[in-house]
Design a protein around this ligand. Structure first.
Ligand SMILES: Nc1nc2c(c(=O)[nH]1)N[C@H]1C(S)=C(S)[C@@H](COP(=O)(O)O)O[C@H]1N2
Ligand SMILES: [Mo]
Length: 423
């Protein structure tokens, strides 16, 4: 058996190579499924998974997919998902207010009573290898009593910007056609996952954790994929992952994972499992459709099995509506924000059509949030203009003109062409 607990597994390329090799070698398992079954699953075979026992206590169903109001001036709604309109961040502070924070639900927001809620941990990676039916349990009040930590971090959907694969690059991709609003930055307070894992008896042989949501099973095209869940290497779990129970100073709202969600900084939004119910901790690698089928870069430019999507990429957005109107001859200030899963933003350049100029940073740079910026603009002649913002992050990565195609439209990082009119 290959044992890897080293920090090498927070490096995404190593993680993916190691895990896929292990999977092919037959070491992988996910909720008791054999590798052959998993292969059938990823091949799109029409297999229905058995539900994972009975509904955990404290779960109730909600009528609407999203509980909070979704006023059209703040959100654009796509089925069970809603993206923030960038103009709704204009005049706001650094954080995305809860009433404008995007929601990505595979099914519906469940209403969970924190008093009867329990977090359940089990698996071979814990001392004594507790089983799923005799797990180590934490009540909400137990978590509140543990040392807390507050972090400011973005949560962003891996598919944020997907719309532009089609509208800007003419490519076909599957999934919600988000523009740039499937991202938000909040202050999260909670307990480090490392603290809870240590209390639960983490062994040094553990390699993966598999956090699972309490929302309904995800059924797609007649196939039940079970609870929303995605494994994380232990190295990342111990690094900076939070079990969050507060968002922007308030108890976590229903749509964002009440009572407790994971916040996995810098990694794709699917890692940050909401309505956390249980966590398997294993000394063998774990898999779910959310890292074998979804959230892989697939397509002509990638290996057949694809490469796993982990870290977010660099992006920029203007705090403006599409086709915003400006008065000819009037002095303007263009404002926006840039962010990257690689760390803080080093530089932002803006083009209004006649070359790149450097934008001025507003407020401090942060590692896991975004950078606000502004730049003056004095549009002379009326007509159609294209605004562009191009960020460079601390690792030297600059937004390019084109993002290589992948069939599921993840990680769009090219410069977005934002149309405006001067009248
Ligand atoms: N249990 C559960 N967790 C989940 C999801 C979900 O549908 N169910 N969606 C994931 C995805 S794809 C994203 S992008 C983020 C979105 O977090 P938000 O809705 O709080 O913005 O939650 C993640 N966690
Ligand atoms: Mo997502």
């Amino acid at each position: 058996m290959i044992r890897m607990t080293g920090s090498g597994l927070t490096d995404e390329a190593t993680y993916d190579r190691t895990r896929f090799t292990q999977w092919r070698a037959g070491e992988a398992r996910g909720d008791g499924l054999s590798r052959r079954t998993l292969l059938r699953l990823t091949a799109g075979g029409g297999l229905a998974l058995a539900a994972f026992g009975s509904l955990p206590s404290g779960t109730a169903s909600a009528a609407a997919p999203i509980v909070k109001p979704l006023p059209p001036e703040f959100f654009e709604v796509y089925g069970t998902n809603a993206e923030t309109r960038w103009e709704a961040l204009s005049g706001q502070g650094y954080l995305t207010p809860i009433d404008r924070f995007f929601v990505r639900n595979h099914t519906s927001t469940p209403l969970i009573d924190a008093r009867s809620w329990r977090l359940k941990l089990f698996g071979t990676g814990l001392r004594g290898a507790p089983t799923a039916d005799r797990p180590v349990e934490f009540a909400y009040a137990d978590l509140l009593r543990l040392p807390s930590e507050t972090i400011t971090s973005a949560i962003e959907c891996a598919g944020n910007g997907r719309n532009f694969f089609t509208s800007q690059q003419g490519q076909t991709v599957s999934g919600t056609a988000w523009k740039l609003g499937a991202v938000g930055v909040a202050r999260w307070r909670g307990v480090r996952l490392a603290t809870v894992l240590a209390k639960a008896g983490l062994t040094r042989h553990a390699v993966d954790v598999l956090p699972e949501g309490l929302d309904a099973d995800y059924v797609t095209a007649g196939e039940n994929l079970g609870k929303v869940r995605r494994p994380l290497p232990v190295a990342k779990a111990l690094q900076d992952v939070l079990l969050a129970y507060e968002m922007n100073g308030r108890p976590l709202p229903p749509d964002h994972g009440h009572p407790v969600r994971l916040v996995v900084p810098s990694w794709v939004g699917i890692s940050s499992i909401k309505w956390l119910g249980r966590i398997e901790v294993s000394e063998t690698p774990l898999f779910s459709p959310w890292n074998t089928r979804y959230y892989r870069l697939l397509g002509p430019g990638y290996p057949v099995e694809g490469t796993v999507v982990t870290r977010q990429v660099v992006k920029s957005a203007f705090e403006l509506p599409w086709n915003a109107e400006f008065a000819a001859g009037a002095k303007q200030v263009l404002r926006g924000r840039s962010w990257s899963g690689n760390g803080r933003i080093r530089r932002v350049e803006v083009s209004t059509g006649d070359g790149w100029r450097q934008a001025k940073f507003v407020g401090a740079a942060t590692d896991r949030g975004w950078q606000r910026w502004e730049i003056p603009w004095h549009p002379g002649v009326s007509g159609a203009y294209t605004l562009r913002a191009r960020a460079t992050d601390i690792t030297g990565v600059t937004q390019s003109d084109v993002t290589p195609h992948n069939t599921q439209g993840y990680l769009f990082d090219a410069v977005v062409r934002h149309p405006v009119r001067v009248v």
